[in-house]
Design a protein around this ligand. Structure first.
Ligand code: AMP
Length: 395
């Protein structure tokens, strides 16, 4: 990684603004249902505390759309973080303003102050200069550990950085960049990418770029059907983006030119509707009933995909291979999750659904790198520069 790391900074006695990703899921009562993101920030926070920094944390939570919304306060996060760090976490009443400024000034070495939700101010997402300047005025040093928002140019990820002397990556950001940079610059081969999910249109750019990088591309999930239609298979009522068929054709052609093995499903589970009470059957792709839709990859496809996964040296997975939220349609996604875990390859997973799948399959600890940023990791892997990363100082 060519960016400055928090490890390159002299933190002692300095007010360090750390942009974290505490955008945790909350239930109806405002309780946190999954603390993964808080846990993921702990290495950086403990590092800053141990090095006697004065820690100022900032995050967004949900979509308050520029208005104060008590339901999206970071209060439950402050409580969970205090438990996780086993120390006091002070919650500021806002993220800018006179009170917050004086709170930052009275911090002692090792203290932790959590600013209130950045997105209570519309200026955050608007990347407004005056708001950026106010955030920057709170601290001496800047650290970005929120990889999940690094693809957005907001005040706390980009705007304020120009007002700071030193801007570095946190340990989580550094880990993300190290794994993802290796995946695009110098992967061990064979390199197998597995893409699923609903839409081809969301992932076109990444497919084009991945074709230049990978040896094998396995495509499943809803997006496979636009490709299957491009190959003139009858896909019944399966999800097809008709306007993307020509593009799917050109990607298939491109794969052949580049000698990338691009595998589509050869069989699938079809259902007469998409819910838990649906009638289902397993058919080859050639025998898809016209009134039914494909909801999961079939056993022959799973076997073929698993063969490639078993002999891979690098694996990248983004997107479920079926409508895995419904148990009857989750077998393909679960089988692929387990196969990736069993493979000796370096495995990288991104996207909320794929993460949920490895957790559900009980194999999350066997994945080398679970990216905390679905959108950010896809953008990065498709060769785009992430504004939140570009803004940081080079080493
Ligand atoms: P994405 O956000 O594009 O990664 O898509 C994730 C969604 O794709 C999940 O909610 C899955 O239920 C859905 N999905 C996966 N396979 C299929 C399929 N064969 N048909 C329709 N939706 C699917």
């Amino acid at each position: 990684m060519n960016k400055l790391s928090i490890r390159d900074l002299d933190l002692k006695g300095k007010r360090t603004f750390i942009r974290v990703d505490f955008n945790v899921p909350l239930d109806e009562e405002g309780r946190i249902t999954d603390e993964t993101r808080i846990q993921a920030s702990l290495p950086t926070l403990n590092y800053a505390i141990q090095n006697q920094s004065r820690v100022i944390l900032a995050s967004h939570l949900g979509r308050p759309k520029g208005k104060v919304n008590a339901k999206l306060s970071l209060k439950p996060v402050a409580e969970a973080l205090a438990r996780a760090l086993n120390r006091k976490v002070i919650l500021a009443p806002d993220c800018v303003g006179q009170i917050v400024r004086s709170q930052t000034r009275s911090l002692k070495d090792g203290d932790v102050l959590l600013l209130e939700n950045l997105r209570f101010h519309s200026q955050e997402e608007a990347n407004e200069p005056e708001f950026s300047r106010q955030l920057a005025a709170l601290a001496d040093l800047y650290v970005n550990d929120a990889f999940g928002t690094a693809h957005r140019a907001h005040a706390s990820t980009v705007g304020m950085v120009s007002y700071m002397d030193r801007a570095a990556a946190g340990l989580l950001m550094e880990k993300e960049l190290t794994y993802l940079e290796k995946a695009i610059s110098n992967p061990d081969r064979p390199y197998v990418a597995i893409l699923g999910g609903a839409k081809v249109s969301d992932k076109i750019e990444i497919i084009e770029n991945l074709l230049k990088l990978v040896d094998v591309l396995l495509i499943g999930g809803g997006m496979a059907y636009t490709f299957l239609q491009a190959e003139e298979f009858e896909v019944g009522k399966s999800l097809v983006e008709v306007e993307k068929i020509p593009l799917a054709e050109s990607l298939l052609r491109r794969a052949r030119e580049l000698e990338v093995k691009l595998l589509l499903p050869v069989d699938h589970v079809v259902a007469n509707k998409v819910d838990a009470t649906a009638e289902t059957k397993t058919t080859s792709i050639q025998e898809t009933p016209i009134e039914w839709m494909g909801v999961d990859i079939g056993p022959e496809t799973i076997a073929r995909f698993k063969n490639h996964i078993a002999s891979a040296k690098t694996i990248l997975w983004n997107g479920p291979l079926g409508v895995f939220e419904i148990d009857q349609f989750a077998a393909g996604t679960m089988a692929i999750a387990r196969a990736i875990a069993e493979s000796p390859a370096t495995s990288i997973i991104g996207g909320g659904d794929s993460i949920a799948a490895v957790i559900k399959a009980g194999v999350a600890d066997k994945i080398d790198h679970i990216s905390t940023g679905g959108g950010a990791s896809l953008e990065f892997l498709s060769g785009l520069k992430l504004p939140g990363v570009e803004a940081l100082n080079n080493k």
